[in-house]
Design a protein around this ligand. Structure first.
Ligand code: FO1
Length: 321
């Protein structure tokens, strides 16, 4: 299991990757990062899920939050607020802003997001190859009620951060995904992989968005390598975040078994559920997906490393390389 590909989004994916790097120090890890959370603010392009991986693995993350930079200050945010500039609900720190300035400047000079991400990682040295799922613009929007009996779409970040996922999500739409192409190296990494991992990221807005880029789901399904997922739902609730709100939008119950069924046996060869969901094992196995119950709470790097080790063990079990 030397070549490992991980589809990652959000805090759970980044924390899992830190454990995987410890569990498999000799592996070549390629991360396909979700870019559907990207948002353009104050003329800057912000890539939350790429930055969370880069900062978490590069040692710059704000550990408790799981996003943004450690030791952050908000002088620029305060000054923007003093000018009455909107939005004020998205907390961009001064250190984090530098990342977005560099990214926006390089993209303005014609570099694709994948080249920009590689350049930013030169500083952070995350110890993995971080690829955006696509170089094309994809932004997830969420359809909610508009209060007048109609519906409207809001940007994912507004739904997630300003609205705290309180309104019912009627639909989750990765705008632009249908016209997007996988970023350079994405399909090649999948085809060369010894194992593909779906970490405990949000199955709809993170892993689901990556799979919505034409060609990626097919490449994974056809690669003939073990695909192992780890449930982001423990004890019928998301470990963190509000995945249940967007799971409902796609008609998936917030249970460890339902998420595995959502991905399907056409994609998944193996699925890890937490020990509290041991009764899900036989349900998932009945769907043709090998399943094991192991501790899935990433309380620290060691716990994440143990989970990663279990995922690699299951990969070896489902399809001896
Ligand atoms: N999440 C919040 O809950 N509040 C914020 O103010 C916020 C700001 C922010 C700035 C940069 C960044 O990269 C991420 C930020 N996030 C914030 C987290 C972000 O919404 C999530 O990390 C992902 O989009 C969902 O995985």
């Amino acid at each position: 299991m030397r070549r490992i590909v991980v589809l990652s989004g959000g805090i759970g994916g980044a924390r899992f990757l830190r454990g995987l790097r410890q569990a498999a120090p000799e592996a070549d890890i390629t991360v396909i990062g979700n870019t559907g959370d990207d948002i353009h603010l104050f003329g800057l392009k912000v890539c939350p899920d790429l930055d969370t991986v880069m900062y978490t693995l590069g040692g710059g993350i704000h550990e408790e939050q799981g996003w943004g930079r450690a030791g952050e200050t908000f002088a620029v945010k305060e000054e923007l607020a003093a000018y009455g500039i909107e939005p004020q609900w998205f907390g961009l720190g001064d250190r984090d802003l530098a990342t977005h300035v560099v990214r926006t400047q390089m993209m303005g000079a014609g570099y694709p997001l994948s080249a920009v991400t590689e350049a930013l990682c030169q500083r952070w040295q995350p110890g993995v190859r971080l690829l955006p799922m696509t170089d094309d613009r994809v932004e997830t929007h969420v359809v909610i009620d508009d209060g007048d009996g109609g519906r409207r779409a809001v940007h994912f970040q507004e739904y997630w951060v300003r609205l705290r996922a309180a309104p019912e999500a009627h639909a989750v739409v990765p705008v632009g995904a249908d016209k997007a192409t996988p970023a350079p190296g994405v399909l090649e990494a999948i085809q060369a992989a010894d194992v593909v991992v779906f970490p405990p990221s949000n199955p709809v807005v993170s892993v689901g968005t990556i799979l919505s880029v034409p060609g990626i789901r097919e490449a994974i399904a056809d690669a003939g390598v073990p695909v192992i997922g780890l449930s982001p739902i423990v004890g019928d609730a998301p470990v963190r975040g509000m995945a249940d709100r967007v799971l409902a939008a796609v008609g998936v119950r917030a249970t460890a078994a339902a998420v595995a069924q959502h991905y399907g046996s056409g994609l998944l060869d193996g699925w890890l559920v937490d020990t509290v969901d041991a009764d899900a094992v036989e349900v998932v196995e009945a769907d043709g997906i090998r399943c094991r119950a192991v501790p899935l709470m990433m309380t620290d790097v060691e716990a994440a490393a143990a989970m990663a080790g279990e995922a690699l063990a299951l990969a070896r079990e489902v399809r001896p390389a």
